[in-house]
Design a protein around this ligand. Sequence first.
Ligand SMILES: NC(=O)c1ccc[n+]([C@@H]2O[C@H](COP(=O)([O-])OP(=O)(O)OC[C@H]3O[C@@H](n4cnc5c(N)ncnc54)[C@H](OP(=O)(O)O)[C@@H]3O)[C@@H](O)[C@H]2O)c1
Length: 230
Amino acid sequence: MGDRPYTLLSCGMSIDGYLDTASERRLVLSNEDDLDRVDSVRAGCDAILVGAGTVRNDNPRLLVRSPERRRDRVARGLPPTPLKVTLTRRARLDPGARFFTTGDEEKLVYCPTDAVAEARDRLGEVATVVDGGRPLDLEHLGEDLGSRGVRRLMVEGGGTVLTQFLTGDLADELHLVVAPFFVGDSRARRLVGDGCFPWNPDRRARLADVRRIGDVVLLRYALSSRFETD
Ligand SMILES: NC(=O)c1ccc[n+]([C@@H]2O[C@H](COP(=O)([O-])OP(=O)(O)OC[C@H]3O[C@@H](n4cnc5c(N)ncnc54)[C@H](OP(=O)(O)O)[C@@H]3O)[C@@H](O)[C@H]2O)c1
């Protein structure tokens, strides 16, 4: 097993802490400049991870968009965009989802031992299915990514996955963008669910940076002693 990669969590939320609406309508939290910043963070990572819920709801491509950044990665001996990673318990993912159909780089699907056969059946043509243990353990997942050469991992949500990385104390850095509006609907997905978080009123996280990007604000938190300043 390899070392756990440096793990950076990145997400946007409304002022009242929601990642999305409860409806089908996709919520746009970022602005163009912020999307470009996210693109540059992606370009600096070896892998991007999202939960299966995000693959199903948002159908994201998770590619580096800028041609210059893709060229720069290739010049550094890297694939044009990072490896894509998802995790699922039920293996109910559509092989036609953009997560699988866009980009030439490898896609990894981690699932618990019991779901491996079904996941290989459904997704074996479009991704490498990895046995994540019984139950799937995120620490093990990180070490497995490390053994595949992933040194820097970007986790882009959703809330279920962010909650586990945070409560498991498996994150080194959090990029949290706050968009200037409210969602106001408790049926919508919040940034995190209930849990025992290492940062609480008795142990405050370190706010490493605050940046205004047009009408949104980026809060950057250092979550471990491995935190890297740029
Ligand atoms: N604002 C933002 O920055 C942002 C970013 C990303 C997503 N989002 C929003 O977040 C919402 C999705 O969040 P979500 O919490 O519902 O879903 P999620 O965190 O993206 O994915 C949850 C799913 O991942 C799988 N999973 C999670 N932990 C697992 C574990 N330990 N072992 C095995 N499988 C595991 C399960 O998949 P199965 O159900 O397949 O078993 C689970 O249902 C979407 O509405 C999206 O728009 C917002």
